[in-house]
Design a protein around this ligand. Structure first.
Ligand code: BES
Ligand code: MN
Ligand code: ZN
Length: 462
């Protein structure tokens, strides 16, 4: 069981009354004068996520009032889990099954901590929620595990998690689900025809790799996930400045997110033939590092002219996307902490996505809203394609004009997805830079819930 939740109801559990903010007035009317007075004296404002403990006649905490937003409100529950005093709590309001599951997932997310690297652990959350009636225990467990897996991988520092360790994490996940897993390491990348991954990885003593997981029945629709796995991005010979390098352990956030998504897909048994490809490298500086002006050979045969060694993500993704597209998947999804430009456009809370298909984009937009996992579409503006034309190679890895960087990066990737029926590209930040309920500062598997929802709608488990 995920910590912070329990299956069995205890007699002493305090009741949680979950009331939609819009229905607060009528709810209040129906309460005893003591609570009405108590709430008034606390200036309680019925906003989504607001909560208040409520007393018994002798002054003990008897119940908790929680205000929910209009939709299934994940974060209201997360805040409660992290804030309430140690005790058992049980939801007294009748929730429909989906809302009950959301409540349990939200609560679970509120208990997340990344404590493995400190000697002095912070106290674990001790408020316990009795699993609400109707909640899907298996789904909620898999969903919380997926989020935690994604966050843990991102949060692990680069001295602990390099390409080898990321590949090990992928292997462990595959083993858990009896999936096939092949890892191509170091010089074997050349023989297997992943020259771009090898080239970018050559600057670091940490050996680069390509992870290739396969799962599911051959006759189900093929869905391939590709995640950028740069375990640390110094910028390479185009070295980053201090402030820009500080958080670059998170540059494998795309890989973390697709592994988290793969866990959820496999745990819930979606009807897909899944493939996961993760090119993983450390982008480092050394005498063996690739250089500005180099022309990097690729699996597709195109030569990438390196304008900037810090635009490394698209270089390794080129080979992985080519390998993915060769099998003509019905859906190809890549997730990458690809550009600072996506951050400049949308800030840290909204991830950018791109698609060549309007209907696919609409599906993801809807899934994003419903799963409270904000994504916003940016255009694959073909007019900017000429900016990455190379004079000595086939394509530049960075446009000389530095505007619309997220778009030109997406256009670069588009060159390598030919063959896939549908393609979605997510340019994520992968990080919470301020703490919000259920989302402490640190790694975040942005897009995980939205992508899962899109896939579960298209390919429901039998
Ligand atoms: N991993 C970075 C992108 C990034 C930076 C994501 C900050 C999230 C936050 C990527 O490899 C990169 O370095 N991109 C550069 C490109 C540069 C050469 C113009 C960027 O966007 O700053
Ligand atoms: Mn970079
Ligand atoms: Zn990077």
């Amino acid at each position: 069981m995920i910590s912070g939740l329990k299956k069995r109801r205890s007699k002493a559990a305090r009741s949680i009354h979950a009331v939609r903010a819009a229905e607060y007035g009528p709810w209040l009317e129906a309460q005893e004068p003591v609570w009405r007075r108590w709430l008034a004296d606390h200036d309680f404002a019925a906003k989504p996520g607001a909560w208040q403990t409520l007393p018994s006649e002798n002054g003990a905490i008897e119940s908790v009032l929680l205000c929910l937003g209009d939709e299934d409100d994940l974060w209201a529950w997360a805040d409660l889990a992290a804030s309430l005093p140690a005790h058992d709590y049980a939801v007294a309001t009748k929730l429909d099954d989906a809302a009950a599951t959301t409540a349990a997932i939200g609560w679970a997310l509120g208990t997340y901590r990344f404590d493995g690297f400190r000697a002095q652990k912070k106290e674990a959350a001790s408020a316990q929620l009795v699993l609400p009636t109707g909640a899907d225990l298996d789904f909620m467990t898999a969903a919380a595990e997926a989020e935690f897996l994604g966050r843990d991988l991102i949060n692990r520092p680069a001295n602990d998690l390099g390409p080898t360790e990321l590949a090990t994490a992928a292997r462990n996940l595959a083993r858990r689900h009896k999936a096939e897993c092949k890892v191509i390491v170091g010089d074997a990348l050349l023989k297997a025809n992943f020259p771009a991954v090898h080239t970018v990885g050559a600057g670091s003593p940490r050996t680069p790799a390509l992870v290739d997981i396969r799962w599911g029945r051959p006759r189900d629709p093929k869905v391939t996930l590709v995640g950028k796995g740069v375990t640390f991005d110094t910028g390479g010979l185009t070295v980053k400045t201090e402030a820009w390098m500080r958080n670059m352990k998170k540059d494998m956030g795309g890989a973390a997110t697709v592994l988290a998504l793969a866990h959820l897909i496999m745990a819930t048994g979606l009807r897909v033939r899944l493939r996961v490809l993760i090119p993983t490298v450390e982008n480092s500086t050394s005498g063996s590092a690739y250089r500005p002006g180099d022309i990097v050979p690729t699996r597709k045969g195109l030569g990438i002219e390196v304008a900037n060694c810090d635009a490394e993500g698209r270089v390794i993704l080129a080979d992985a996307l080519t390998a993915a597209a060769e099998e003509k998947p019905e859906l190809l999804i890549d997730v990458a902490t690809l550009t600072g430009a996506a951050r400049a456009a949308l800030g840290p809370e909204i991830a950018a996505f791109f698609s060549s298909s309007d209907s696919l984009a609409r599906e993801l937009d809807e899934a994003s809203h419903k799963s409270q996992d904000p994504l916003w579409r940016l255009p694959l503006w073909a007019g900017y394609r000429r900016r990455i034309e190379s004079t000595v190679g086939d394509i530049l890895n960075l446009a000389p004009n530095d505007t619309a960087g997220a778009i030109t990066a997406a256009l670069f990737l588009q060159e390598f997805v030919e063959g896939a029926e549908g393609w979605l590209h997510l340019d994520i930040f992968g990080w919470n830079d301020t703490a919000r309920p259920g989302r402490p500062v640190g790694g975040e598997a942005a897009g995980l819930r939205a992508l899962y929802r899109l896939l579960a709608t298209r390919y429901p488990a039998a």
